[in-house]
Every structure is written in structure tokens, then in C-alpha cells.
Design a protein around this ligand. Structure first.
Ligand code: AMP
Length: 397
């Protein structure tokens, strides 16, 4: 085992997800989740060598939780921790790649909090607490938006007055960049193509969903925009709606901005249409038992996904393949099949057996011979964050 260990931290408003990644081992040395932070139920659960462990945190906040997690990490890493990679959601247009956490980068994260109010502040809290506990280790920020900074202006600009862009940074940014980058690189490796001469459509389908067009290792377009609400139908998010919907709901129902935002982000998507669940597994089961609303939610999800993929093909000079990832993309053969059925002009055809075999982390080609390549590529954001963190630390030695 190499002695290069990176701790990856993904800090949310009441949770901290973490993984200890060794650069020569496929399995993580340690991975876990501290949740319900700041409440009496605060707890950290982790897995080490397939053994699950748990520790109550006595109402600890982020500081208290990291104070418990970091010594555990050091013990497993046998004191050899090379650095810490922090997932940060928004780096605005200033951050185009993984960056050492410096006072300037902290300022960028703070400034971008207006664009990601639910994500950047807890991310920053995780960074500050970890830096306090380990001031001598290199800390690296890996940004969800960074990979999409290669989009051309005609893809990232909205057709609204220019001063809203120049003065207020209103443009499309895109998210899930770490996953789109990892999956497009892995897809190229699996297909035996050089990353810098390969073109992919990527569908990241988890609780949040987004598509991207990746050309020669660079994002050329993606479905999410200023915020992660734009684009596809998701677990509880509506994705694209008519921009006039907000004012229509205000005029006709008297809903204020907060109510509209809550409905579109927390009560819409698969949950809103089905009235049942935001969980695709539940909807597939319900649909099989004849639940019409679950069936409709699945149909809308797949049709809108197909439409998004077809539109992103405008960004590709050629298509080397379509890659599915995320909890739904990696597991739901039904969703993969239904989506491609909505794209007859692309000549996609799945090998039914291969499609059904790709589930629970199994990667591979699922397209039939003689048809455009379609693959399932399990994402691994922690691995990507660790790789980028290590590369940056190595470059700065
Ligand atoms: P993620 O956010 O990537 O963890 O993905 C969560 C989504 O993946 C949820 O909608 C789950 O229902 C869905 N998912 C996980 N496993 C399956 C499965 N076997 N079949 C269908 N959907 C699944």
C-alpha cells in the first residue's frame, strides 16, 4: 500500500460525509457519514474493512464531529495523511480547477455563497474546522462548478440583459462537475479511447440529475444552470419550467417567492408527480403494481432526460458514447431502456442482458453490437476529489 492517503470531506448543513482514500487501493480505507449534527440525535456511522461502526456524538456540531472523526482517520492512516480534499459546490467563474485553500479561495467561496446559499456556507465551515484541527496539512478545494468552466459563452449565457451577467454574475454554471469529469475519463478508459480525443454524453442520475456533453475531456454544455434546479426532472426538483410560472403562481395563488422555491425544489420532480416518493426504486415497484401516477412520473423523467441528451448532442462534433451514472443511472435498467426508446434518431439499441446485468456497481457496455456505444460507469466523486487533491499537492511540493 502506498503512503499517499487523502481524507475527502463533503460538509453539508447538518452532515459531514467523509472517506479516507489511498491512491493505490480500490477500496476506501474508511468511509462514513456524520449526520443530524447540532441535534441530540447527532451520530457518526462509518465502515472500515466491511465492518460497520457507529458513535453517538452527544449533540455535537461540525467542530465536535470532526474532532471525533479526524483522530480516527489518523489512526487508520497510521499517521500518514497527505492532505485533505474538500468538496465545494460553487466556485463561481473564478475557479476553473481544484485549488489550494488560501485566503483568496476562501473569499471566492464566501462570495459565491449568494449563488449556493444552502451549500457553500456549510462547505466553508467544514474547511475552517478541518484547518483549525490540522493547520499544517495541505487543504484543497474541489469545486462542483469547475469542470463546466470550459463551456463556451453561447452555452453559459442566458438571453437576458447583459448587465445582469456583468454586474451580478447571472449565467449558467453547471454542477456535478466532479462526477461528469470522473465518468467521462473512466468511460474513455473503458472504451480504449484517449481522453483528449473522445466525445461523450453523460447522464448523472441520482437524487439530483444532470447531463453533460464532454469533448476531449472538457465540458461543453450541461443541463444545470445558475442553480441546480435547471434541467432534468429530479427526485424533488422540477427541473425546467416556464420562467413565468413564478409570477403566474404569485398572481393566481398569491404564493410568495419562498413558497414557490420550496415547491419547485422540495415538493416537485418525481415526488410531486407521483405523490408517492422521490425514490426511483419505490416508483418502479409502484408502477409495476399499476400505480398510474408513478408510471407517469417515470415517463416524464425518461422523456425529459432523452430531450436533454438530444439537445446536448448539439455540443458534440461526434459521439463516442453515452454514459449512465448515479444511483438511478447505475442501477435502473428500465430507466436506461425507456430513455433510449425516446431517441429513435440516434440508432441506440441496448443488449437487454447486458443492460440488466449492470447494477450495484457493475460497469460495462450495455449497447447491442453495431449500435452506438452506451455504457454504465459507476461514479466515484471521492476518488476524483482525492486524485485532484493529490495531483495539486504533488505539483506544489
Ligand atoms: P444517488 O443520489 O446517486 O445516491 O441516487 C439516489 C437514487 O438512485 C434514488 O432515486 C434511488 O431510488 C435510485 N436507485 C438506487 N438503486 C436503485 C435501483 N436498484 N433501481 C432504481 N433506482 C435506484
Amino acid at each position: 500500500m502506498s503512503d499517499k492517503n487523502i481524507l475527502v470531506i463533503n460538509s453539508g448543513s447538518s452532515s459531514i460525509k467523509f472517506a479516507l482514500v489511498n491512491d493505490s487501493q480500490d477500496e476506501f480505507l474508511l468511509e462514513g457519514l456524520a449526520e443530524c449534527l447540532g441535534s441530540p440525535a447527532a451520530v457518526v456511522n462509518w465502515k472500515q474493512n466491511d465492518e460497520k461502526k457507529s458513535l453517538l456524538l452527544d449533540g455535537a456540531d461540525h467542530t465536535g464531529a470532526l474532532a471525533k472523526i479526524l483522530p480516527l482517520v489518523q489512526e487508520v492512516a497510521q499517521g500518514k495523511l497527505t492532505g485533505i480534499g474538500h468538496r465545494v459546490v460553487h466556485g463561481s467563474a473564478h475557479v476553473t480547477k481544484a485549488s489550494m485553500i488560501t485566503p483568496d479561495v476562501i473569499q471566492v467561496i464566501k462570495d459565491a455563497a449568494a449563488l449556493a446559499p444552502l451549500h457553500n456556507p456549510p462547505g466553508l465551515m467544514g474547511i475552517e474546522v478541518a484547518q483549525t484541527i490540522y493547520p499544517d496539512l495541505p487543504h484543497v478545494g474541489v469545486f462542483d462548478t469547475a469542470f463546466h468552466q470550459t463551456m463556451p459563452d453561447y452555452a453559459y449565457r442566458y438571453a437576458i440583459p447583459e448587465h445582469l451577467y456583468t454586474g451580478h454574475h447571472i449565467r449558467r454554471y453547471g454542477f456535478h462537475g466532479t462526477s461528469h469529469m470522473y465518468v467521462s475519463r473512466k468511460g474513455a478508459e473503458m472504451a480504449g479511447l484517449p481522453v483528449d480525443n473522445s466525445c461523450w454524453l453523460v447522464a448523472h442520475l441520482g437524487n439530483g440529475c444532470s447531463t453533460s456533453a464532454v469533448v476531449n475531456g472538457e465540458s461543453r454544455d450541461t443541463s444545470m444552470g445558475l442553480t441546480p434546479l435547471e434541467g432534468l426532472v429530479m427526485g424533488t426538483r422540477s427541473g425546467d419550467v416556464d420562467p413565468s410560472l413564478h409570477s403566474h403562481l404569485y398572481r393566481t395563488l398569491g404564493w410568495d417567492q419562498e413558497k414557490v422555491e420550496t415547491v419547485l425544489t422540495k415538493e416537485s420532480g418525481l415526488l410531486g408527480v407521483s405523490g408517492l416518493s422521490n425514490d426511483m426504486r419505490t416508483l418502479i415497484e409502484a408502477s409495476e403494481q399499476g400505480n398510474a401516477r408513478a408510471t407517469l412520473a417515470i415517463e416524464i423523467f425518461c422523456y425529459r432526460l432523452a430531450k436533454s441528451l438530444a439537445s446536448l448532442s448539439c455540443a458534440l462534433p461526434k459521439l463516442d458514447g453515452l454514459l449512465f451514472t448515479g444511483g438511478i443511472g447505475e442501477n435502473a435498467s428500465l430507466i436506461r431502456r425507456k430513455t433510449l426508446e425516446h431517441m429513435p434518431l440516434f440508432n441506440f439499441k441496448l443488449d437487454d442482458q447486458a443492460n440488466q446485468a449492470c447494477t450495484r456497481g457493475v460497469a460495462g457496455k450495455i449497447s447491442a453490437q453495431g449500435h452506438p456505444l452506451v455504457m454504465v460507469v459507476p461514479t466515484n466523486e471521492e476518488r476524483q476529489i482525492a486524485n485532484e487533491t493529490l495531483e495539486l499537492i504533488a505539483a506544489n511540493v
